[in-house]
Write a protein that binds this ligand. Structure first.
Ligand code: PGA
Length: 256
């Protein structure tokens, strides 16, 4: 069964008090307004994880995730955080391969393969992001880029591990820009990803894989995007920082 997921990526925003308030507002609205089986994930900065995980542990629909992790379990890596530390703080998910990590921190597909191994070994669920840049879209190479990102970083995984992943298609040109992929553009890539996975692994399990869309998703465009047959929810940046907008996006995700 595909899970219907809306995940908020706070990026480097929100101090701890504002974050606690935001999660409390979101929880209240979820309880009052959301009656479907949507799963909600909030990915705050690392240092907020344990407080927010504690405050939402009684809410079965709400999980906490990290935005990144180091690929090693422990060691002399000053300033870094491992997947096992994230798990011990109460998170269940880790965003891996976000385009801002690829761009600003030079994360390659090879490095991301190691990070996926580390996250899975810890029992956390990776939200693995892939997506093309504007140049790649304009040059028409985007199918190849997506194929390369997923095959180099994730196709070494044994089948049982691969199908623990949640995937997120995030066209880089749509992130934080106000430019959203049209529902048709997004659907085309989501269906392509599902085909790649079916060819590599198994058709039935590929049908059950959860694939999120991300990139300037907001309460106005969410329901049309989510109504596409291969789009199973969203990874939300800017609009996840406002409780009203975030919950309206969750509302737009009717179980398929
Ligand atoms: P955005 O970010 O919704 O602000 O475009 C999405 C993301 O980076 O995950």
């Amino acid at each position: 069964m595909r899970k219907n997921i809306v995940a908020g990526n706070w990026k480097m925003n929100m101090d701890l008090n504002d974050g606690i308030q935001l999660v409390s507002d979101i929880r209240q609205m979820l309880n009052e307004e959301i009656h479907g089986d949507q799963e909600v994930i909030i990915c705050p900065p690392f240092i907020h994880i344990s407080s927010l995980a504690l405050s939402s542990e009684t809410d079965p629909r709400l999980s906490i995730g990290a935005q990144n992790c180091h690929q090693a379990d422990s060691g002399a890596f000053t300033g870094e955080i491992s997947a096992s530390m994230i798990a011990s703080a109460g998170a269940r998910y880790v965003i891996t391969g976000h385009s801002e990590r690829r761009l600003y921190f030079q994360e390659s597909n090879t490095l991301l393969a190691q990070k996926l191994d580390s996250v899975l070994k810890t029992g956390l669920i990776p939200i693995f992001c892939i997506g093309e840049t504007l140049e790649q879209r304009n040059a028409g190479t985007y199918f190849e880029v997506i194929r390369q990102q997923i095959s180099e970083a994730a196709f070494h995984l044994p089948e049982a591990d691969f199908f623990k992943l949640v995937l997120a298609y995030e066209p880089v040109w749509a992130i934080g820009t106000g430019l959203t992929a049209s529902p048709d553009q997004a659907q085309e890539i989501h269906a392509f990803i599902r085909t790649l996975v079916a060819e590599k692994y198994d058709q039935d399990q590929a049908n059950d894989l959860t694939i999120l869309y991300g990139g300037s998703c907001n309460p106005k465009n969410a329901s049309e995007l989510f109504s596409q047959p291969d789009i199973d929810g969203g990874l939300i940046g800017g609009a996840s920082l406002k409780a009203r907008d975030f919950v309206d996006i969750i509302k737009a995700l009717d179980p398929k």
